[in-house]
Design a binder for this molecule. Structure first.
Ligand SMILES: Nc1ncnc2c1ncn2[C@@H]1O[C@H](COP(=O)(O)OP(=O)(O)O)[C@@H](O)[C@H]1O
Ligand SMILES: [Mg+2]
Length: 255
């Protein structure tokens, strides 16, 4: 297997008016091409910072990071797609135009781009909604469209920052099954940040546990289940004990 991401003792210090804030400390992590990794950790431990560095939206301040053939921080990368907690669709554009945005910000969308966007929308069950405006869609549907937007320029790395945190539990379950299917269909490398330990275990092949700020990696748990995940899996004793093993980290740090 070849690595898509390699971080070597990566650190990030934010310089603020009131002093320096160390957000990440000595993060060493290798992510294989096609792997699905979830990151869990207490609020403020630097998870979003880590994703922003991977997306080249923030620069690390120590260590080295490689994405594909490029060093992180060298230049803006088009090779990532990002999904945030809020769908952040533009209200005046229809769903198809929203999905095409990463393309149209750079050039005129071709017929092939539009076909690709439609394929993605159909893949998440939104084929009929391409000409609707965002407000005509439910929160879960908007988030599906945001996933299509993150994939439309065919990045090799899909980054998701608590993408379903604002959704109700049932919609979240449905979308988790969907993300698992998208990952299997598209063979993307995926990094998911989540507050939900079951969500991390359900989707990932490996769960990275981070310490309170400054975020360091304190554990890595290999999830032994096959690539296809179904909701029944969540009811199994193996699933429960894996979640319990991860949760123990937070009980200790909260004491
Ligand atoms: N732009 C910024 N400037 C200064 N400090 C920041 C900035 N962004 C995040 N931080 C600080 O860095 C730490 C990690 O933040 P973040 O990566 O958002 O954590 P998480 O996503 O795990 O909740 C926090 O203490 C936060 O206040
Ligand atoms: Mg965050």
């Amino acid at each position: 297997m070849s690595a898509l991401v390699e971080l070597d003792r990566l650190g990030k210090v934010y310089s603020t008016r009131t002093g320096d804030v160390t957000a990440l400390s000595e993060v060493t992590l290798r992510i294989e091409d096609g792997e699905f990794v979830a990151v869990v950790g207490p609020s403020g431990c630097g998870k979003t910072t880590l994703l922003k560095i991977l997306a080249n939206l923030e620069q690390h301040t120590s260590g080295v990071g490689i994405l594909g053939n490029n060093e992180l921080g060298a230049n803006r990368s088009d090779d990532v797609g990002m999904v945030f907690q809020k769908a952040t669709l533009l209200p005046w554009l229809d769903i198809l135009s929203n999905v095409l945005l990463p393309v149209t910000l750079k050039r005129r969308a071709s017929a092939a781009d539009k076909e690709n966007a439609m394929d993605l929308l159909r893949m998440v069950g939104l084929g009929e909604f391409a000409t609707k405006r965002p407000h005509e869609l439910s929160g879960g549907m908007q988030q599906r469209a945001a996933i299509c937007r993150a994939l439309v320029h065919e990045p090799s790395l899909l980054l998701m920052d608590e993408p379903f945190g604002a959704l109700d539990a049932m919609t979240r379950d449905v979308l988790n099954v969907e993300v698992n299917r998208i990952w299997r269909d598209t063979h993307k490398t995926a990094v998911l940040i989540t507050h939900s330990i079951p969500e991390a275990v359900f989707l990932a092949q490996r769960v990275i546990v981070m310490s309170p700020r400054p975020g360091r990696i304190v554990d890595e748990i290999t999830v032994p289940f096959g690539p296809e995940r179904t909701l029944e899996l969540m009811g199994t004793p193996e699933f429960g004990s894996l979640c319990a093993q991860i949760r123990r980290h937070f009980e200790v740090s909260a004491a």
